[in-house]
Design a binder for this molecule. Structure first.
Ligand SMILES: *Cc1c(COP(=O)(O)O)cnc(C)c1O
Length: 359
């Protein structure tokens, strides 16, 4: 059953203040946002309104107990001038996986897709068209009870806002293989997009930054032996001709970019292995001259190449990033598919006009 969305458009668009050639990631917000509340066992008060502050009680549950989850996704303008979303239902599914694990209410597909598509349509002018740029979309949910007793929350707020973003070309990364802190452990929440996963990574990342590293390579929580993720991205290694990425064993976030990369590589005839990969194996491959590429994948950057990794105080340098066959192919191909400049053989793009399930 569809819920109706109350729409209040801004009378003062801020779009003329946005310099589309020069946007810093994540600090320019489009004109509108979508908000819907969960109360008394149902989703209600769906609304699109001008982007602005939320009014919250100091007792808001999520501020104390961290029941908060989010998603990150993108919209593009295709060659016909239409807005299109990239794999939005995969983000919806993952949102609900996160909601379930964090004891939060699941959001029906129609509310997610209707809110999302209406919002993107209303703010279509905010979708940048420069090569590599996109409208970054941030759906999130938090426990909204005004209550500081500890029990499962009963009220939730789900919000979507969007940010125009330019192409993001991270400089080749110098990464530290983490030996002290852990990001995730068996039975924990490493496989869901919980806000707290980011909270616990801040201090370790700052410490790594202070030692001259851009990012951390997270290792498993038992032995610090197996590689898990690169910062907040999934991680891939190319050893000889084989592409290897850690399997989704419960401590790793199932990135949609990761999945897209695996499918694209397989369709191009690459051998891709999803399995445990130890730091010893990577060092051994490096010694034998077989470590040809290493990179992180995620929605924001698509691909972030690793230039150097450091393990126990030793730097291991990888080949020049311009010579990297796999990461360069993936960046170019995914970007081309997302903007309608390459065949979308997996049917990943969803034009906005087809996105609403129930409007
Ligand atoms: C969001 C995220 C990713 C990347 O997921 P995408 O769907 O590709 O954007 C990878 N690792 C972690 C820990 C994440 O939170």
């Amino acid at each position: 059953m569809a819920i109706s969305i109350k729409i209040t458009k801004t009378t003062q668009s801020r779009i003329s203040e946005c310099d589309f050639n020069n946007i810093k990631f994540g600090n320019i917000f489009s004109d509108h946002m979508f908000v819907v509340d969960y109360e008394d066992g149902e989703w209600k008060n769906a609304e699109i309104l001008p982007f602005g502050n939320l009014s919250l009680s100091p007792s808001t549950f999520a501020l104390h107990y961290g029941q908060a989850i989010f998603e990150g996704m993108k919209a593009f303008i295709n060659n016909n001038g239409e807005a299109q979303l990239f794999r939005p239902l995969d983000n919806w599914k993952r949102l609900n996986l996160s909601a379930k694990r964090m004891g939060m209410a699941e959001l029906p597909a129609d509310i997610f897709m209707d809110g999302l598509s209406k919002l993107v349509e209303i703010d279509k002018q905010w979708i940048p068209t420069l090569p590599g740029s996109a409208l970054y979309i941030r759906p999130f949910m938090f426990a909204a009870d005004n209550y500081v007793g500890v029990r499962t929350a009963l009220k939730f707020k789900f919000v979507i806002f969007t940010c125009p973003v330019n192409a993001y070309y991270p400089k080749p990364l110098r990464v530290l293989v983490e030996q002290k802190y852990v990001r995730a452990f068996n039975g924990g929440v490493g496989n869901v997009k919980a806000a707290g996963n980011y909270a616990i990574s801040m201090l370790p990342t700052t410490e790594a930054n202070n030692k001259g590293f851009d990012q951390i390579i997270w290792t498993d929580g038992n032995e610090h032996k197996y590689v898990e993720e690169s910062g907040t991205m999934n991680v891939f290694f190319v050893i000889g001709k084989k592409v290897i990425t850690p399997n989704l064993d419960g401590t790793i976030l199932a990135g949609i970019t990761r999945d897209s990369c695996i499918k694209l590589l397989k369709s191009e005839g690459y051998e891709v292995e999803e399995r445990k990969v130890s730091i010893d194996e990577i060092i051994e491959a490096h010694k034998n001259g077989l470590l040809n590429d290493a990179f992180g994948t995620g929605t924001a950057a698509i691909v972030a190449k690793i230039a150097t990794f450091n393990h126990n105080g030793i730097d291991y340098n990888l080949p020049d990033v311009n010579t990297r066959e796999v990461s360069n192919f993936l960046y170019k191909q995914l970007n081309a598919i997302q903007t309608g400049n390459a065949e979308d053989k997996f049917d990943w793009n969803l034009p906005i006009r087809n996105a609403a399930i129930n409007i």
